[in-house]
Unconditional design. Structure first.
Length: 245
């Protein structure tokens, strides 16, 4: 039954994306300012389908830690679910995402119009300057910036290795860094057919101390994640084990 539900949901998601992608053409041409609201509708319908078809619910804790304006949400990344859910959890979301996603037919143009921040991970200093400029615009627009410091999906409980990009964004913007833990990978795995009924937990922590340097911020995020997971009975990510010299 779980496999059948996953197949039905995947078909629903594909059809929804194609239909809404086609309907989006007039928005792209005549009402680009409504792109974010349209993207929220798409993700909202996707997650409603996930609950109805796959019996996967969402429980969010710690909303009181979200500031009223711009912030950096340092989220654990275990599943494609993470790239959808924040569109409907904060008022003005923008994801820091890999540039390759812009090439997805129908979806890519709406990602740009809705204010997502593409990153060329092999672009060096030029890509970093573009990222900082896009982040400046997001902060001016009072956007909530979602970033996955691991840089890629990490299975629940696996060791985490955080990338330095979030430290550069934190130092540049000065906005609060909010750690977020999840167990999404237990219910929506890397395999597109691995969707298991239950409740996905999202735990939002208190803002980390301001002014942390890179050598302080990355360990602070990992420590915060482990604390949030321990206090909410989620799989605790193992500390990164670095080889000794």
């Amino acid at each position: 039954m779980t496999l059948l539900r996953a197949l039905v949901f995947n078909l629903y998601f594909l059809l929804l994306t194609v239909v809404m992608g086609v309907i989006a053409f007039p928005i792209r041409l005549f009402a680009p300012g409504h792109a974010l609201a349209y993207a929220k509708l798409w993700t909202g319908l996707t997650l409603r389908g996930l609950e109805r078809i796959c019996k996967i619910r969402i429980q969010v804790s710690g909303r009181e830690h979200l500031p009223g304006g711009s912030c950096l949400l340092a989220c654990q990344h275990q599943s494609a679910f993470d790239a959808l859910v924040w569109m409907n959890l904060v008022p003005r979301p923008t994801y820091v995402m890999k540039r390759e996603l812009e090439r997805i037919p129908l979806v890519g143009p709406m990602l740009r119009l809705s204010g997502m921040i593409p990153v060329d991970r092999d672009g060096g200093a030029r890509a970093l300057r573009a990222l900082l400029a896009a982040t400046d615009r997001a902060v001016t627009d009072r956007r909530q910036i979602i970033i996955f410091p691991e840089g890629t999906r990490t299975p629940p409980g696996a060791p985490v290795r955080l990338q330095p990009g979030i430290a550069a964004l934190s130092a540049h913007t000065g906005v609060p860094v909010i750690p977020v833990a999840t167990d999404a990978g237990l219910h929506w795995g890397a395999n597109p057919l691995a969707k298991h009924p239950g409740t996905i937990h999202i735990v939002i922590g208190a803002a980390l101390p301001s002014g942390l340097r890179r050598a302080q911020l990355l360990p602070a995020i990992g420590t915060a994640w482990r604390g949030l997971c321990a206090s909410h009975n989620l799989p605790i990510p193992a500390p990164e084990v670095r080889p000794t010299a």
